[in-house]
Design a binder for this molecule. Structure first.
Ligand SMILES: Cc1cc2nc3c(=O)[nH]c(=O)nc-3n(C[C@H](O)[C@H](O)[C@H](O)COP(=O)(O)O)c2cc1C
Length: 337
């Protein structure tokens, strides 16, 4: 199997729901939610791509870094590189029946594990979404992190306890799904959380707690004060609120404020190893990939996911050599021009 075949197969299976464009940038699919697009005008998705494009890298080759270190420990997991799969739920419902929810989740979690990394899994109005994640994480010996919707606090705690029992090394909550009507319509209300509610969740759970969907320094500080272990700087791939900045724009401010006290992850528009290096230089400890892995799982199951990750890890290695970066755990901001 090669990447071209994976993309061609994905395009066929998706039947127009996603066009599998040469560059996945949110332009053609603007407003297509459900689907793969960004919400409304698609500005938040497009801003993720644009923000990363505006940062440029300093090419440096007079140094001795020929074998950079890509492996790292994130949230207690030993990873081949600081690149994790993002939670993408609803493939079984909204993607032209390309794959069932269970098959999709199993493929993306296994593909990440085979590439030496881990994957987050999603949640939704149907219990099968969350269950598919737990089953895949069990099958891949704990190399996965379930992300729970910002449901009622007691329910979040219950699901987090199920995640711990399934062997997950951490759990998260995509707090930016606070206005998701399909959850509320299905009788499973979601909403924003106060700092006290975040602290309550932390108090009643045993594995590290990640809050995903942080876009301001204030919210990051509140998570830190609540004892949250990690945040994901994310605008949900542009699917929560229209007209947010790109994540690469806000990351440096958030990282400067909290990265010495908690793990800072970021996602949104990361499409190459060079993009990963930019996010690390802007202050992230690690990154998540959403659509690139979702498309490859649909086109090539676990093998497709592994191919994309291996390509990106190779690109990251080359970008580190060409910027004189010895270790992913210590990327200098001087990498950015
Ligand atoms: C179809 C689709 C479904 C998603 N479902 C979830 C989800 O259930 N939970 C979650 O935390 N994020 C979800 N996300 C957001 C991703 O986890 C991630 O934040 C985003 O896709 C990153 O941007 P990228 O796709 O440009 O890499 C979803 C994204 C897409 C495109």
């Amino acid at each position: 199997m090669d990447l071209q075949t994976v993309r061609k197969t994905a395009r066929e299976k998706l039947g127009g729901v996603c066009r599998v464009c040469p560059v996945c940038n949110g332009v053609v699919c603007a407003g297509e939610v459900p689907g793969m697009g960004g919400l409304g005008t698609g500005a938040s998705f497009k801003n993720n791509i644009q923000a990363l494009a505006e940062f440029k890298l300093n090419l440096r080759t007079v140094h001795q870094v020929s074998q950079p270190k890509l492996s790292c420990t994130l949230l207690g997991m030993e990873l081949a590189a600081p690149i994790i799969g993002a939670a993408v739920a609803g493939v079984g419902l909204n993607m032209n029946a390309a794959l069932s929810e269970e098959a999709y989740t199993a493929a993306v979690v296994a593909g990440c594990h085979h590439a030496g990394t881990a994957c987050m899994t999603g949640d939704g109005p149907k219990p099968e979404f969350f269950a598919a994640g737990l089953a895949a994480i069990k099958a891949e010996k704990g190399y996965g992190i379930p992300i729970i919707k910002p449901r009622e606090t007691e329910r979040v705690i219950e699901l987090a306890q199920q995640a711990a029992a399934a062997g997950a090394p951490a759990f998260g909550m995509d707090i930016d799904a606070a206005a998701l009507v399909n959850m509320t319509n299905a009788g499973q209300p979601v909403g924003p959380k106060t700092q006290a509610e975040l602290a309550e969740i932390k108090k009643h759970t045993s594995i590290p707690f990640i809050v995903k969907g942080i876009m301001t320094v204030d919210d990051a500080e509140a998570c830190c004060a609540a004892g949250v272990d990690a945040i994901v700087v994310s605008n949900h791939g542009g699917r929560a609120l229209d007209h947010t900045p790109g994540t690469a724009e806000v990351l440096p401010y958030i990282a400067e404020a909290v990265r010495e006290r908690m793990t800072v992850l970021v996602d949104g528009g990361i499409r190459s190893g060079a993009d990963v290096l930019k996010m690390l230089a802007l202050g992230a400890h690690g990154v998540l990939l959403g659509r690139p892995l979702a498309i490859s799982a649909i086109g090539g199951q676990a093998e497709g996911v592994q191919l994309v990750l291996n390509k990106m890890i190779g690109e990251l290695r080359a970008a580190m050599i060409l910027t004189g970066t010895a270790d992913v755990a210590a990327v200098s901001e001087d990498v950015i021009w």
